[in-house]
Design a protein around this ligand. Structure first.
Ligand code: ADP
Ligand SMILES: Nc1ccn([C@@H]2O[C@H](COP(=O)(O)O)[C@@H](O)[C@H]2O)c(=O)n1
Length: 202
């Protein structure tokens, strides 16, 4: 199994890049694991409290479970991945089966901050977009899709998102083998990654 890690700040375009990579690849041969599925279980807190959580800090992620799942997949076993709800700010209690594939993409803002995860990755990619671009994209998404209003999103950006980005995410760029500039759609970089994957699948 080839494990590819794709990190980068919120709104940099990780999900978009992942979708572009897997679009033209044979179905069933490439799997995707998102760090978002591994946010800690916060069922012991009311929603109001959960919404105040710093979701940009590494401690908000259940890295042990993510590591265990990657290890199992690498060994050829299937896993039951937790299903996360952004609206509830919690795991739903449901799981989806994920089966081993020849190539596995792991994506998330914090995945390159964890040394055990980094050791499991064959290729480490960091997607870069300028902070103003990312903030604009993030504002649109949080308001349209994730149940936050404009003021809440801007407050979160100042209190958690920006400081955590500077403290944890941006420094993890140094571990990347490839940095993809993504202020504009970058088809050349995506094609290079696809070529590497196709070689593995051949
Ligand atoms: N290069 C780009 N140019 C313009 N918009 C983009 C670009 N890449 C992604 N987007 C848009 O920005 C938003 C966030 O992208 P997404 O891939 O979800 O980022 P991430 O997964 O890193 O948070 C989405 O609405 C997406 O369509
Ligand atoms: N309940 C939650 C949990 C996380 N977030 C934010 O998601 C961002 C990471 O996801 P990306 O798709 O942007 O990589 C992170 O910045 C968290 O603040 C959230 O809004 N609500």
């Amino acid at each position: 199994m080839l494990i590819i890690g794709i990190a980068g700040g919120t709104g940099c375009g990780k999900t978009t890049v992942v979708n572009q990579i897997i679009d033209s690849l044979p179905e069933g041969e490439v799997g995707v694991i998102s760090q978002d599925s591994y946010y800690n279980d916060l069922s012991d807190m009311p929603l109001e409290e959960r919404r105040k959580t710093n979701f940009d800090h590494p401690q908000s992620i259940d890295f042990s479970l993510l590591e265990e799942h990657l290890k199992l997949l690498k060994e050829g076993h299937s896993i039951k991945q937790p299903v996360y709800s952004f609206l509830e700010c919690n795991r739903t209690g449901k799981t989806v089966p994920v089966h081993p594939t020849k190539v596995l993409i792991v994506e998330g803002i914090l995945i390159l901050t964890n040394s055990l995860l980094r050791k499991m990755m064959d290729i480490k990619i960091f997607v870069h977009a300028d902070s103003d671009e990312r903030l604009i994209r993030r504002l649109k998404r949080d308001v349209n899709e994730r149940g936050w209003n404009l003021d809440e999103t801007l407050d979160k950006y100042q209190s958690n998102i920006k400081p955590m980005h500077l403290q944890f995410i941006e420094p993890s760029k140094e571990y990347a083998d490839i940095i993809i500039p993504n202020n504009k759609y970058n088809t050349v970089a995506v094609d290079i990654v696809r070529t590497i994957i196709n070689e593995k699948l051949a």
